[in-house]
Design a protein around this ligand. Structure first.
Ligand code: ADP
Ligand code: ADP
Ligand code: MG
Length: 674
């Protein structure tokens, strides 16, 4: 990439928020381009606003009144003297009308030309176009379907199972699988009404459903001089409800021949529509490496960093230069794929509670240190920042590189353990469990992976005996360091030293048994432990009391875990597994063994308020059947509206609250029937 080249623009406006706005500004800054942020009232203190050279408030929190209001954004660009607008992803990024309005106002839209966006923004039109360009498309009926009876006729011709899709669809909306005539009739109606309300466009088409599929996509890049190249593929088969969760480049499925064929088809399509920016051609692939065109996304993709990691290019810089009319500085033969990259999306959701979205303020945010070309954290909120119900729940993306897939995954595991996010729930333990999953490690992927590997939801990754032992040593070491600290508190009279036994017992909270060991301390940084059952371990903690992350070595092996202090012990989260350990002296353990076990109340039936607040609305009645994820009620707390959703399917036996009620934390709101 030409580094010293003159900046193509003096100033650009970034019409987005969160991590992608920050990521775009990073490239702009490096290129010597000044940046303008736009923000809603809710985002006045957001990270992207802090980062920009200038910022303009464009309206209230609701996206429709701010980030989706093209007129206000153009006005902000004209007012600040920005020459071009980068739309990021989501919001206005695939809106051809907005791209045209930019041009009409004398601003450059950093993305493809509006004609190409229109051709590809519609699934029926883009499939027709792909067929003409000689691209392999999913078998089916390329055209609008009039009614349910025609849908059944076409589905029978294609052969079951089929996929019913909205032509204007996106984000997984307006899509149904059907395996019978009845399902086609029902799916046709429901997909149509979903499409009408989500996109204002009810056109529906049908294609073959590819069983056990994988999602593989090609990154393409074009300029205004007719040059088109591709930058290899990404695989994004790890999805939850059609939302990508983990992505990687290259794909473990493809061989050189398939890669070349897919890349050539993607370029042929891009060429056919006169594509002139960064774009992604998505394919659905069979396990036998057959592949079919799905759709083209005419924007920068969330998962673009994995491609940057393995090719060494900066896609945002390329987009900016292409928009300014510069020719691509890279020929197809010069594109080299080096090593392997994996990206995980860190979302504000609670994997232990059916991925319930979590909103609120981030009290603590620690991320592993970035390493150029090896470890990248793209985040858009930091400590003190807020995850709001108005926008995407993504906190950050973690991208790691390794010389091969195994190394990239190992780097992910280590880096995931290096995060500490408090104040809101997050999916890091779930991501860590995926990284530890054998099928993932073997690259045997499909879009059904998460449902198949985590059938009843997520309950923490399994722990083996060896890991339990190592975490027990870690807990004993922390207890020891804390005791040392207590002994060093200054101002104690001589003779009043805190004494503690060198014999410790570490228990699993759920088992009331565990490891008995003798602890011998050379220093707070080197502790020897001799278990009763024999052997010796050396623990080298780099941890001080109160720190939320334990780092160190056990028997020379580096290890880290997230630490939460609990009564007489620690709750440790490591590689997606969670373990509560108590550390006792032998006498305390003896006493503790005599204590009765307190049975946990059966709270699975109960809907408990997670916070004190005021009930704004109640969406359900006693006797009503609900599905996991359905809204139960809205509670206002700390000036925020919190949506409480059902964590399970069931029938509500009782509803104890009404709008206007003030409720305490842990108040009983509703009860499911047994
Ligand atoms: P990617 O392939 O880049 O991962 P996603 O489907 O995850 O694409 O969407 C990227 C972003 O675009 C997300 O923020 C998502 O919310 C948004 N998005 C995708 N499709 C739509 C749509 N039709 N309308 C509004 N936002 C969308
Ligand atoms: P969206 O615009 O919502 O992203 P896509 O057409 O890209 O819609 O499909 C989203 C996801 O749904 C794909 O990643 C793939 O997992 C699955 N999918 C879509 N069409 C098919 C199909 N015909 N067969 C199997 N899976 C499909
Ligand atoms: Mg898609």
């Amino acid at each position: 990439m030409p580094q010293a080249a003159k900046p193509p623009f003096a100033k650009i406006l970034v019409a987005n928020r969160g991590e992608i706005a920050c990521r775009i500004m990073n490239s702009a800054r490096r290129m010597g381009i000044a940046t303008v942020a736009v923000h809603s009232q809710a985002d006045a203190q957001a990270m992207h606003v802090e980062m920009a050279d200038e910022a303009v408030c464009i309206g209230p929190a609701a996206a429709a009144l701010s980030y989706l209001d093209g007129e206000k954004i153009i006005e902000a660009a004209l007012k600040t003297g920005a020459q071009a607008i980068h739309p990021g992803y989501g919001f206005l990024s695939e809106n051809a009308d907005f791209a045209e309005s930019c041009a009409a106002a004398g601003l450059v839209f950093i993305g493809p030309n509006p004609q190409a966006m229109r051709m590809m923004g519609d699934k029926i039109r883009s499939k027709t176009c792909a067929l003409q360009a000689g691209v392999s498309v999913v078998p089916g009926h390329v055209g609008e379907i009039a009614d349910a009876e025609e849908a059944v006729k076409i589905a029978r011709e294609i052969g079951y199972p089929v996929m019913i899709k909205a032509s204007a669809g996106g984000g997984g909306k307006g899509m149904r699988i059907a395996r019978s005539d009845a399902q086609v009739r029902e799916g046709f109606q429901s997909a149509r009404s979903e499409a009408r309300s989500a996109f204002g466009d009810e056109r529906i088409f049908i294609e073959k459903y590819i069983d056990n599929p994988r999602h593989v996509e090609i990154q393409v890049m074009g300029d205004k001089h007719g040059n088109i190249i591709h930058l290899g593929e990404r695989e994004c088969s790890i999805q939850r409800r059609n939302q990508k969760v983990v992505e990687e480049a290259p794909s473990p499925l493809l061989d050189a021949q398939t890669r070349q064929a897919m890349g050539e088809q993607a370029c042929a399509l891009a060429r056919a529509v006169g594509y002139d920016s960064a774009g992604t051609v998505e394919f659905v692939a069979g396990q036998d490496r057959s592949f079919h065109f799905l759709e083209m996304n005419t924007r920068l993709q969330v998962e673009h960093p994995v491609t940057e990691m393995v090719t060494g290019v900066d896609l945002v810089e390329m987009m900016i230069r292409a928009a300014a009319g510069e020719p691509l500085g890279l020929a197809q033969e010069e594109v080299k794929i080096r090593g392997w990259a994996v990206e995980t999306r860190i979302y504000a959701e609670d994997p232990w509670r059916n991925f319930m979205p979590s909103i609120g303020r981030i009290r603590r945010f620690l991320a592993p240190p970035e390493e150029a070309g090896r470890l990248r954290v793209d985040s858009g909120v930091g400590e003190g920042g807020e995850i709001s119900m108005h926008y995407d729940p993504m906190i950050a993306k973690l991208v790691t590189w390794g010389k091969d897939r195994k190394a990239a995954i190992a780097a992910q595991q280590a880096a995931l353990d290096g995060f500490c996010i408090e104040g809101i729930a997050h999916n890091i333990p779930f991501l860590a469990a995926i990284m530890a999953n054998r099928r993932w490690r073997e690259g045997r992927l499909s879009t059904g992976f998460i449902e198949e590997e985590f059938p009843g939801g997520f309950a923490g990754a399994p722990l083996n005996e060896e890991m339990v032992e190592r975490l027990s040593l870690m807990a004993a070491a922390m207890d020891h360091v804390e005791n040392l600290r207590r002994r060093q508190i200054s101002g104690q009279l001589p003779g009043n030293d805190v004494n503690f036994s060198a014999e410790r017992v570490v228990w699993r909270e759920d088992a009331r048994t565990g490891l008995a060991l003798h602890v011998e301390c050379e220093s707070a940084k080197l502790i020897r432990m001799r278990p009763d059952k024999g052997g010796e371990h050396v623990v080298e903690p780099q941890w001080r009391p109160g720190q939320p992350l334990w780092r160190g070595r056990i028997d020379g092996v580096p290890l880290s875990a997230h630490v939460r202090r609990i009564l007489n012990g620690y709750e440790l989260t490591h590689h997606g597994a969670r373990l509560a350990l108590r550390v006792y002296s032998p006498f305390e353990a003896q006493m503790a063994r005599l204590m009765p076990v307190r049975e946990a109340a059966d709270t699975a039936r109960l809907v408990i308020s997670p916070m004190p607040g005021k009930v704004l609305s109640v969406a359900v009645k006693a006797g009503q059947a609900v599905k996991a994820g359905d809204v139960l009620c809205v509670v206002e707390a700390m000036k925020m509206e919190n949506i409480l959703r059902a964590e399970r399917d069931g029938v509500l036996e009782a509803v104890h609250v009404a709008p206007g009620d003030a409720i305490g934390a842990d108040a009983l709101l509703m009860e499911f029937g047994t």
